[in-house]
Design a protein around this ligand. Structure first.
Ligand SMILES: NC(=O)c1ccc[n+]([C@@H]2O[C@H](COP(=O)([O-])OP(=O)(O)OC[C@H]3O[C@@H](n4cnc5c(N)ncnc54)[C@H](OP(=O)(O)O)[C@@H]3O)[C@@H](O)[C@H]2O)c1
Length: 244
């Protein structure tokens, strides 16, 4: 397995913040040329400026298929495509009794349909020894009351990645499944909510704290560099499935 990404072109959709930004930073450290993209031109431009001259900003809205097609038309050939795109709007916690089906459908737009649109229009731009890495979350494996739709979205990403790995072979397709990770979203919680969540993690995880983005990044790097892994999910979850 090569220990570098020298002169490879890595595209990180969602790379303007959080886990995606940390992935972009690590790829640059390993010698890659990196394109980071999201819906906000200002946010990706600021993020690219922080990352340095080998990071290029681009805009794409993964919920708009025409925009995804335009995005890839404007890109140099891609070696590795990563998506961490995720939105946080809407009523994310809904029990069966309150379930709003329209809002539930919309929760698939960015993470599931967006990932499929990226694969559909990006796959033939990816070099044969390249890869696609999708992102889901541990709510797929650890459902709780009110997580009906979030659990379904996360599970659907895992399943579609297995099917995609057949469609686009020999390009590899895998999924990183992070547990709670201290990105910007975590920092915006009210201090008392953050403490309550920290307490719950301490009680239920074998590693009693949230992940740092750099710890999650290691999984993305393995999936880009490890050329014999496809159709797989790597869970970076601090022992949450064993601890509670
Ligand atoms: N952090 C955690 O605890 C955690 C745990 C489990 C799973 N995850 C998953 O990991 C992924 C990344 O999480 P994060 O914490 O790094 O979140 P984040 O910082 O909010 O990053 C999400 C990125 O997605 C972009 N985005 C949103 N809608 C988009 C669209 N329609 N098209 C293109 N880009 C879009 C956002 O940029 P713009 O707003 O500029 O478009 C943002 O840069 C998410 O899918 C999340 O569900 C996170």
């Amino acid at each position: 397995m090569p220990a570098h990404l020298r002169d490879r072109h890595v595209v990180v959709v969602g790379g303007g913040s959080g886990i995606g930004h940390a992935v972009a930073h690590a790829c640059l450290e390993l010698g890659a040329e990196v394109t980071i993209a999201s819906t906000s031109a200002d946010r990706v431009a600021a993020a690219a400026a922080r990352l340095g001259h080998r990071a290029r900003p681009a805009t794409v809205d993964v919920t708009d298929e025409d925009d995804v097609r335009r995005f890839f038309d404007g890109l140099a050939p891609v070696d590795h495509l990563v998506t961490t795109a995720g939105d946080w709007g809407g009523q994310r916690s809904q029990t069966l009794a309150d379930l709003d089906l329209e809002a539930g459908r919309a929760m698939f737009d960015v993470r599931f349909w967006g990932a499929l649109a990226l694969a559909k229009h990006g796959a033939d731009r990816i070099t044969a020894d390249g890869s696609i890495t999708l992102t889901n979350g541990m709510i797929g494996a650890n459902p709780r009351k009110g997580s009906l739709v979030s659990t379904a979205v996360a599970g659907s990403i895992e399943h579609v990645a297995r099917a995609l790995s057949i469609e686009v072979s020999p390009v590899r397709v895998n999924v990183v499944c992070p547990g709670v990770t201290s990105t910007g979203g975590w920092e915006t919680l009210a201090p008392e909510d953050r403490e309550a969540r920290r307490g719950a993690i301490a009680r239920t995880h074998l590693i009693p704290r949230p992940a740092e983005p750099d710890e999650v990044v290691q999984a993305y790097l393995y999936l880009m560099l490890g050329g014999y892994t496809t159709g797989q999910v790597i869970r970076v979850e601090g022992g949450s499935t064993l601890g509670g």
